[in-house]
Design a binder for this molecule. Structure first.
Ligand code: ATP
Length: 312
């Protein structure tokens, strides 16, 4: 029989990676961020975060690239848990166990996914049951991509990316994802290369393009392919030329389109079907252009609680 005094069972939340179908960079704002207009799609590569009550705050990381992820308070999941605790007047410490599938530092927002997962997991564990808008506000304080990873699906991100508006999108999109290790490239470096390249140019306030919106409404990957766009792509390729080679090879192997995701270095390759994705992935691996090739389908749902697995 369950006692009311028993500790709550650990909660596991799954959160997806994102690709940017479109990323337009506008003028620098007073807070030092560029105004952005982006269209996010959540894709089926996931991190799982399990929150359990503990004596002390902490986190542990396993899975892909685990050795590249900090386990101190700079971990975005732990920061999110602490921010939620503070927002709700203080909660019992938790330990977060993070299982990573999303490449680290790849432009797929893995750290932000973990933060979104931690918010949903801790909210359920502590029973704080925060309204969605409040959870989104805390998410935006952690990072620009975090509100979208709560949301999932396909959505426009405005402001610095944190103001999320759902998009009318149909269809399923089959992606091949090539997460090369970053060499000479990081989000701040890509933005500073962009700043140098565009110095002296007047940047307009960015808006989602009508062509992309209409391709999404049609749900047609071949209509979407020619309108994928990323203002940071040229800068990412200039800093890490291998990215350009992956894009060129993917197009040669029959991809519909290949684009840098966010600030890179991950390349997101759109294909016409699940079979097409397998063909492109196999060809990329066989050619030696990429040794790490993943496949993912989008859109998928945002951070959500996984059913508890009964062990007895
Ligand atoms: P974005 O697209 O939002 O710029 P990214 O996908 O390029 O993000 P992340 O995987 O989020 O990059 O990691 C960026 C850095 O954040 C890493 O180098 C790592 O040191 C740090 N970090 C902090 N917490 C996490 C976490 N939970 N998972 C991954 N990285 C984390």
């Amino acid at each position: 029989m369950t006692s009311v005094l028993e500790s709550p069972a650990p909660v596991t939340v799954r959160a997806p990676a994102k690709v940017n179908l479109e990323l337009f960079v506008g003028p620098l704002r007073d807070d030092g961020f560029h105004a952005l207009s982006t269209v996010y799609q959540a894709v089926g590569l996931h991190d799982d975060v399990t929150a359990a009550l503990a004596d002390d705050w902490g986190c542990s990381v396993r899975g892909r690239d685990a050795d590249k992820v900090p386990t101190d308070e700079s971990n975005l999941a732990l920061r999110a848990a602490l921010a939620l605790s503070e927002h709700t007047g203080g909660q019992e410490p938790v330990h977060l166990s993070i299982h990573k599938e999303i490449p680290v530092a790849g432009g797929m927002a893995g750290g932000s996914a973990d933060a979104a997962a931690a918010l949903v997991a801790c909210d359920a564990l502590w029973g704080t049951a925060l309204p969605r808008e409040e959870l989104e506000e805390i998410a935006a304080g952690i990072g620009s991509d975090v509100p979208f990873l709560l949301h999932g699906g396909t959505a426009v991100g405005s402001g610095r990316g944190e103001v999320v508006t759902a998009v009318l999108a149909k269809g399923t999109y089959h992606w091949v994802v090539v997460p090369s290790a970053a060499s000479g490239l990081s989000t701040p470096l890509v933005y500073s290369a962009f700043d140098q390249r565009t110095a002296g140019t007047r940047l307009d306030d960015p808006h989602p393009s009508a062509a992309l919106m209409s391709a999404l409404r049609a749900g047609d990957p071949s209509a979407l392919a020619p309108v994928l766009d990323n203002d940071l792509q040229a800068d990412a390729i200039a800093l890490q030329p291998g990215i350009g080679e992956v894009i060129e090879a993917a197009m040669g192997f029959g991809a519909l389109a290949a684009i840098v995701s966010g600030s890179g270095p991950t390349v997101a390759i759109l294909t016409e079907s699940a079979e097409g994705a397998i063909d492109v992935a196999v060809a990329l691996t066989a050619s030696g252009v990429a040794d790490d090739v993943l496949r993912a389908t989008g859109p998928v749902q945002g951070a959500h609680v996984l059913p508890t697995v009964r062990t007895s």
